[in-house]
Design a binder for this molecule. Structure first.
Ligand SMILES: [Fe+2]
Ligand SMILES: [Fe+2]
Length: 283
């Protein structure tokens, strides 16, 4: 296949994808509405066995450190919090659509959960806004959704691109553009637009490898930089001394990383936190 043919195939795949399931979109609207009550939300959650099971699983994983487990959906929602619930629902929706159609790799989701954890902790260093912290978590979870489309075209292609990138010292994004005509970040951005994700998420997905590239709305910058850095930190292959050299200077400056020591401290604290409380992975 030529690059143009591959590009056409990618656009076709995105076009043919179904929307995020209606009940998820409806639940997220209900959560967003300040007039909604927990019981209204939990009634709707209970209608879907899959949601209910996952929400209890997440609530009880956070609750483990305390004592009594959440036995009702109401209680589970109170423990998780409405904003986190909304992120979980959107991710479950995206995961379901992708899973029905594409090969979904457990390793890729594992990376996404780690990235979400890092992103939320990085954002916590910059702001106390719960909404922004939650948004960073969501951006970390969904930043690589474009990769699933590539996986569906050729299951080994991502690995090959990864190996070639290491061998040639060329970025994955450049190689993807050369071979496919589009990078996984661009594909992810198109998916995010199709699924009417919030604007900050569309931008963060699209720029998670090139945070300083496109013209940006000033207020999107924290989310873009956070998703980018969380992803870099999750993918560290080189010793920290080498990594710091390839991170965008503007991002280092934003996170007040001046010396190698600052970078090491940040990395160690994130990895320690992740090992103590890795996020529960919901299906
Ligand atoms: Fe990526
Ligand atoms: Fe990633």
């Amino acid at each position: 296949m030529t690059t143009t043919e591959i590009m056409r195939a990618i656009y076709k795949e995105i076009d043919q994808l179904p929307p995020i399931p209606e009940n998820i979109a409806h639940l997220r609207k209900l959560i967003k509405n300040p007039k909604s009550s927990i019981s209204q939300i939990s009634d709707l959650v209970r209608e879907d066995v899959g949601f209910s099971a996952n929400i209890l699983k997440v609530a009880n994983s956070a609750w483990n450190k305390l004592r009594s487990p959440a036995e009702t959906i109401d209680r589970a929602i109170t423990i998780i919090g409405l904003q986190r619930l909304s992120s979980i629902l959107l991710t479950m929706g995206a995961k379901k659509v992708l899973k029905d159609r594409f090969t979904t790799l457990k390793t890729l989701w594992k990376h996404s959960y780690a990235c979400a954890f890092f992103a939320q902790n990085l954002m916590k260093r910059q702001t106390k806004s719960k909404e922004k912290i939650e948004s960073a978590y969501l951006a970390g979870l969904l930043h690589d959704i474009g990769k699933f489309v590539i996986l569906s075209l050729s299951p080994n292609l991502l690995d090959k691109i990864d190996q070639l990138s290491d061998a040639k010292g060329v970025s994955i994004i450049s190689l993807e553009k050369e071979v496919l005509g589009l990078s996984h970040a661009e594909i992810g951005q198109k998916l995010a637009l199709k699924w009417k994700f919030p604007a900050f998420l569309v931008t963060a997905i699209g720029l998670h490898h090139n945070p300083t590239q496109a013209p940006q709305v000033e207020e999107d910058i924290p989310m873009i930089y956070t998703t980018y850095l969380a992803n870099v930190l999750c993918e560290l292959k080189e010793p920290a001394t080498e990594c710091i050299k390839v991170i965008e200077p503007k991002v280092l400056e934003y996170f007040r990383i001046v010396e190698e020591e600052d970078f090491n401290d940040l990395l160690v604290s994130l990895i320690d936190a992740y090992q103590i409380s890795p996020e529960i992975q919901f299906v």
